[in-house]
Write a protein that binds this ligand. Structure first.
Ligand SMILES: *Cc1c(COP(=O)(O)O)cnc(C)c1O
Length: 238
């Protein structure tokens, strides 16, 4: 067994264990975050059953997607989105997790080709309180989300699936748990109101077990699957 397949089977076990503690018992989707990793590693993960891959940098993702054309992979965009990237993102991805403003939603909608399924989106929430982080600040999430959700009526090429967060970069477990709890509350409220909502995207290599315990049903894991990122791209800003 290769290291990557061993890591994946360990993570599947961890996900199962954590899911048993999670009261909502929703099935957890594993997105393998392949940014900074070469396409041979993606194939290794694909060969042991991983179908969802996450990338942060558009050009890097497009290069890999081209090399992997024959593989039925679901591509997830996770990075900060500039307006001038929206067209290529809308044309090439199945999911976008990092949407946080109306302008980007409109551009993604307008550029989504009509011959493919609507683009799945998660709205990024900033639970950390740090102003430099992307996402809608959790303290006014309700108000801002209502505006974005109302706009969705006019954006038929988008499908709102849920919310996403990256917690504070801290060793303080209690702080992280508080952020996960706040996300779960927000998710439950939205899910009650909107039919298409089924995704709480939170948890990365260092905290995915905790995230699942607190209700996450989609985890985005890079380093714990592929090891330390080899290609250092464009400055990691989240
Ligand atoms: C890089 C990244 C991940 C994966 O992080 P790891 O710590 O390597 O698991 C998950 N989500 C987002 C948004 C990322 O940018």
């Amino acid at each position: 067994m290769s290291t990557i397949s061993q890591n994946i089977s360990q993570i599947h076990n961890d996900i199962q264990e954590a899911s048993a503690i999670n009261a909502s018992h929703e099935k957890v989707t594993l997105v393998a975050v392949s940014k900074g990793q070469n396409f041979n590693k993606i194939i290794e993960a694909f060969d042991v059953g991983i179908l969802n891959f996450g990338e942060n940098y558009l050009q890097e993702a497009l290069d890999k997607k081209k090399q992997l054309e024959k593989f039925p992979i679901q591509w997830h965009f996770l990075g900060p989105i500039q307006s001038n990237k929206c067209k290529l993102i809308a044309e090439n991805f199945n999911w976008v997790h990092s949407v946080d403003r109306l302008k980007v939603m409109k551009l993604l909608n307008d550029n989504r080709p009509l011959n493919i399924l609507p683009l799945n989106i998660c709205i990024q929430i900033n639970t950390s309180g740090e102003e430099t982080k992307s996402g809608i600040p959790i303290k006014d999430a309700k108000t801002q989300l209502i505006e974005l959700i109302q706009a969705l009526n006019e954006l038929p090429n988008l499908k709102l699936r849920g919310i996403m967060s990256i917690p504070s970069n801290t060793e303080d477990i209690k702080q992280i748990i508080d952020e996960f709890k706040a996300m779960h509350i927000l998710y439950s409220e939205l899910k009650n109101e909107i039919d298409t909502i089924d995704t709480l995207s939170m948890g990365m290599s260092s905290d995915f077990k905790l995230a699942i315990e607190y209700g996450s049903n989609l985890v985005r894991i890079g380093t714990a699957i592929f090891g330390v990122r080899a290609i250092k791209t464009q400055g990691e800003d989240n």
